[in-house]
Design a protein around this ligand. Structure first.
Ligand SMILES: [Ca+2]
Ligand SMILES: [Ca+2]
Length: 355
């Protein structure tokens, strides 16, 4: 049996898409909006993460040049070998840390424009001779409303207040959503504000109407859902993977922003594709059924004596219209069966071209 994350994909040349499953039913008890909502302030502290394993919705990797710049502070870099450089991690003019090989990690220390000391974890990936990229490898962490909260500078600009972009992990899992104007802490919704330097978070009970957003089990695919983020507008986002009973969210239209599927060393990403928005209405549950059966679409496949020639630009869709892409590792690809979209007759089977 082929052990791929996405074991088999039915391919239709003209593309038939599976149905879309949205159901509504009674939701959990409605929150009663509080008459007075008072902000509560929580302090957060940087924690460097040498073994970074958060699943982020999106993240920015920047090139390592002759320095790394965080918040306007330059941390000089000097290459000693094709795959080795030294970095001045505290800006005192002396290189103090070696980075070599495929990956590396360092915690930087500097002073921001206000003269306050900041710490900033950075991870590196080798991209060739004398070429490395870096991304944030730390989080501002604290406890809010009884929950562990981690905020990650996912776009590597030194700030933690990029709503809808920077990473937010609630609880102890690895699945990150985005920093959001409204968050769910232990089942209750709160307005959420984070300072640019990430040291202060303010919350107060959310006073608007709420419903439940529930992502069903990933149908037919042998993979763990590392994260699944739905967004409503640019600044409201919820990570719903692992929320098997659904998650209370403000009413609104929710769009699948991204999800990451993992199985051992294999992974695939998911984006909304043709999935319609999930409408969450007051007091009700909006259920999104996703996953297999998957349908692939290839432009003009050719079949000759049972051998199919497929354009590698295949698009793979799930039952809600969600699109699967970025299959890793590159060489490992799903198998397929090619059907005539008009007659349903199987024309060929095989594996997708690598790449
Ligand atoms: Ca130094
Ligand atoms: Ca940021």
């Amino acid at each position: 049996m082929y052990p791929s994350l996405l074991p088999c994909i039915a391919v239709a040349g003209l593309g038939a898409i599976g149905g879309v499953g949205f159901e509504r039913g009674p939701g959990p008890d409605d929150q009663v909006p509080g008459a007075v909502a008072v902000w509560t302030e929580s302090s957060m502290k940087h924690r460097g993460i040498a073994e970074f394993d958060f699943a982020l919705g999106k993240e920015t990797w920047k090139d390592v040049g002759s320095e790394i710049d965080v918040l306007g502070v330059a941390f000089p870099v000097e290459f000693e070998q094709a795959m080795k450089f030294v970095i001045d991690s505290n800006g005192d003019g002396k290189p103090d840390r070696d980075i070599k090989g495929q990956t590396g990690y360092v915690e930087l220390k500097g002073k921001n424009a206000a003269g306050e000391v900041f710490h900033y974890g950075v991870r590196f990936e080798n991209k060739g001779e004398r070429k490395y990229s870096w991304a944030a490898s730390g989080a501002m962490v604290g406890r809010i409303g009884g929950q562990a909260v981690s905020i990650i500078d996912a776009n590597a600009n030194g700030r933690y207040d990029d709503y809808g972009t920077d990473g937010l992990v609630i609880g102890t899992g690895i699945g990150a959503g985005y920093v959001s104007r409204v968050v769910n802490l232990g089942g209750d919704l709160f307005d959420f504000e984070v300072s640019a330097d990430g040291t202060t978070v303010k919350t107060r009970p959310y006073g608007g109407e709420t419903g439940t957003l529930k992502l069903g089990k990933l149908g037919g695919l042998k993979a763990d859902v590392a994260n699944a983020i739905f967004t409503s507008g640019r600044e409201i986002a919820f990570q719903v993977a692992g929320e098997t009973r659904g998650l209370a969210v403000p009413v609104g239209d929710y769009r699948l922003d991204s999800a990451l599927l993992k199985r051992r060393a294999e992974s695939a990403r998911v984006r909304s594709g043709r999935m319609p928005v999930a409408k969450v209405t007051a007091g009700l549950e909006s259920l999104v059924n996703w996953g297999g059966p998957l349908t692939g679409e290839v432009p003009a496949p050719r079949v000759h004596e049972g051998n199919a020639t497929l354009n590698p630009a295949v698009k793979v869709f799930g039952q809600a219209g969600e699109e699967y892409y970025d299959f890793q590792p590159k060489g490992k690809v799903p198998s397929y069966e090619l059907f005539d979209a008009n007659t349903g007759k199987r024309l060929a089977k095989g594996k997708f071209p690598a790449g």
